[in-house]
Design a protein around this ligand. Structure first.
Ligand code: CP
Length: 316
């Protein structure tokens, strides 16, 4: 693997999921692989899981790790070509990416959607400019349109917890007071389309995701109907795609409750975290034995580790 920007950068998903699960038996087994190699994690947005799990994954592989928060450290970067830089941006990505490439062997980047400019967000300006100007592999730690490391952890979790060959997996929208990006939902949809699952998406009208991503995936506007016999309920808020970045509905009727979970086949509750309790989901569901959000978050380490391992092996 040269770069990890999207799920399709993984050659063999099935064997990659198995290899990631196998890493759990001895996470430090490949600690020689990353010796004398450095990864830099660049954050243009906040994080808990992505930062710590990617750092932990790199440490497990014997790498040195450098972290930089562009939110409060570093110069504001310019990404536009040919621009007169006489405003607030101090450094162009052309120099920044090349300089970083001299210090490190892999660069991992988190840069969320603006949710104000669909065209720019879909162009993945930050990620693609780093890919263009860095001379080292680039890893997506959640970009404007995708969060493939999260989706890989989700697939690992479903593989570990499934009790039938072809489980029913429901992706449900839930309310949130702020406009949130589509990245997690997009990547989860793309991942489920590649798994042997019966997949259904449920959300209020107006919250349809990008149809180029959802393609032929089933959409059920009645949340309770969608939940019937579900083995996994994956919950996430996202803002409107059509009415780009807008919050159309904060109706608490869409919150995940114990009564709704009773409609499922003792379904496992999943969420990428962070989650707003009693807005997205009730305490009762979060604290129930069918909530697997902590195990899901643990799998972020092994998702990142298998990706970094494949990049290190390719560039050895
Ligand atoms: N799920 C996830 O990416 O968590 P963080 O935003 O805390 O990294």
């Amino acid at each position: 693997m040269n770069n990890f920007l999207k799920i399709s950068d993984i050659d063999n998903l099935k064997s990659t999921i198995k290899e990631a699960i196998d890493l759990k038996d001895n996470p430090r087994k490949f600690k020689k692989l990353g010796e004398n190699k450095t990864i830099v994690l660049l954050f243009f947005n906040a994080s808990l899981r992505t930062r710590l799990s990617t750092q932990k994954a790199a440490i497990n592989l014997g790498m040195d790790v450098v972290v930089m928060n562009f939110t409060n450290e570093g110069w504001q970067l310019e990404f536009e070509d040919g621009i007169v830089m006489n405003k607030n941006k101090s450094e162009h990505v052309k120099e920044a990416a090349k300089v970083i490439s001299q210090y490190c062997d892999i660069v991992a980047i988190r840069a969320f959607a603006s949710l104000t400019d669909k065209e720019k967000d879909e162009a993945e300006v930050v990620l693609n400019n780093f890919k263009k100007y860095a001379n080292i592999p680039v890893v997506n730690m959640e970009s404007a349109t995708g969060h493939p490391l999260q989706a890989l952890a989700d697939a690992i979790t479903i593989e570990e917890f499934k009790s039938t060959k072809k489980p029913k997996v429901v992706l449900s929208w839930a309310p949130h007071p702020k406009a949130l990006p589509h990245a997690v939902a997009n990547s989860f949809v793309e991942m489920m389309q590649l798994q042997d699952v019966n997949f259904v998406i449920t959300h209020p009208k107006g919250y349809e995701l990008n149809p180029k991503i959802t393609k032929n995936s089933a959409i059920e506007y009645n949340q309770e109907k969608a939940f019937e016999n579900a083995d996994f309920v994956y919950v996430k808020n996202w803002s409107s795609y059509k009415n780009y970045g807008k919050v159309l509905n904060t109706d608490s009727k869409w919150m995940i409750t114990a009564d709704k979970m009773k409609l499922t086949n003792k379904g496992k509750f999943m969420h990428c975290l962070p989650v707003r309790r009693n807005v997205i989901v009730t305490d009762e569901v979060m604290d129930s034995e069918n909530s697997i959000v902590i195990e899901q978050a643990n799998n972020r380490t092994y998702a990142a580790q298998i990706v970094l391992k494949k990049i290190l092996e390719q560039n050895d």
